[in-house]
Design a binder for this molecule. Sequence first.
Ligand SMILES: Cc1ncc(COP(=O)(O)O)c(C=O)c1O
Length: 397
Amino acid sequence: MKLAKRVTVIEPSATLALMAKAKALKNEGKKVLEFQVGEPDFDTPDHVKQEGIKAIEENFTHYTPNAGTLEIKKAVIEKLKRDNNLTYELNEVMVSNGGKHCLFNATMALVDTGDEVIIPAPYWVTYPECVKIADGVPVFIETTSENDFKITPEQLEKAITDKTKVLILCSPSNPTGSVYTKEELEALAEVVVKHQIIVFADEMYEKLVYDDLEFVSFASLGEEVKKLTLTFNGVSKAYAMTGWRIGYVAGDKEIIKAMDSLQSHATSCPNSIAQKASVAALLGSQEPLEEMRKEFDERRKLMVGALNDIPGISCRIPKGAFYAFPDISGFIGKTYKGEKINSDSDFARLLLENYYVVAVPGSSFGAPGFLRFSYATSREIIQEGMELLKKFVSEIE
Ligand SMILES: Cc1ncc(COP(=O)(O)O)c(C=O)c1O
């Protein structure tokens, strides 16, 4: 069987083998502590669920317009105005089956063979693969923990060529939890405007920022910036609605029209019931969201404190999302029970095999020498997991 080239260029997720191993251990009855999770462990708020139930009972169970109902588009417009001070028209927003689907549509609509897409590393695993599917070329900008994993305008300037089409900016970031300040974004925006490149501003974790940090939407930096920006967001992370699959994007109407056309042939519309529930999430009480954020904040402090208590591990304080991204590079080249640890993947595998603790190797995100621990899990599990990690590390020679 000869598969299409576009699927052969996609790298299988490096974490798949790890997940399979974790699953096998669970099936054996082992207590596996899972820190690989990329979704809130809270329930979808009740008033949101009720809207979903109502939608079914009222037979709102048919196709909707491709780019989403008028009602949800209006809700997205209202949300962007309310939270981000952004003004969009109906033909400048679109709703898809999750933020990932929005990103996929946008990449397909904009990236041609050989077009370069700048991706700061560490990155969310989907970005480079999505670009490769479109036959584009991912161009990485390396960042360091000393710089809080953020790119500088100088780095951006250097990475831009005459083939550059898009810059992907993820703030708050998965996997690092970094959040760009307004000043940092402004400095990047200057470069973006000068070179007229398009920015995919992935703001999926917007609602999860800590320490009174102000979240700033990239498109809000001015009319010129807004014209060049596609803002991606969704209900998954903010409202614990990962399974409902609703994401949205706002930006230039010509791009939105192309994305709408693509979507119409790929998936038709987003799920009708989920659209109804998402309107309730976007426009209803935002209180549950603040409760979740506060709990994430407590867990963040607990986890980062525990990580920094472990000799040989250092973890900067993430300002957003729900991931800690500790540096474990000091253990590479050392030995665990006679086995050499050659990489972060070896570290993660040995930790899983010996203590049933799952973390994702940084190399999956383009950051070898790090691990990603999600704190979208209970405080008890965090405490237990960090103790086991400490024990594991104490046995490394
Ligand atoms: C950075 C980032 N962007 C976008 C998404 C997409 O989320 P969804 O497709 O559930 O809306 C995710 C999910 O993990 C993410 O981590």
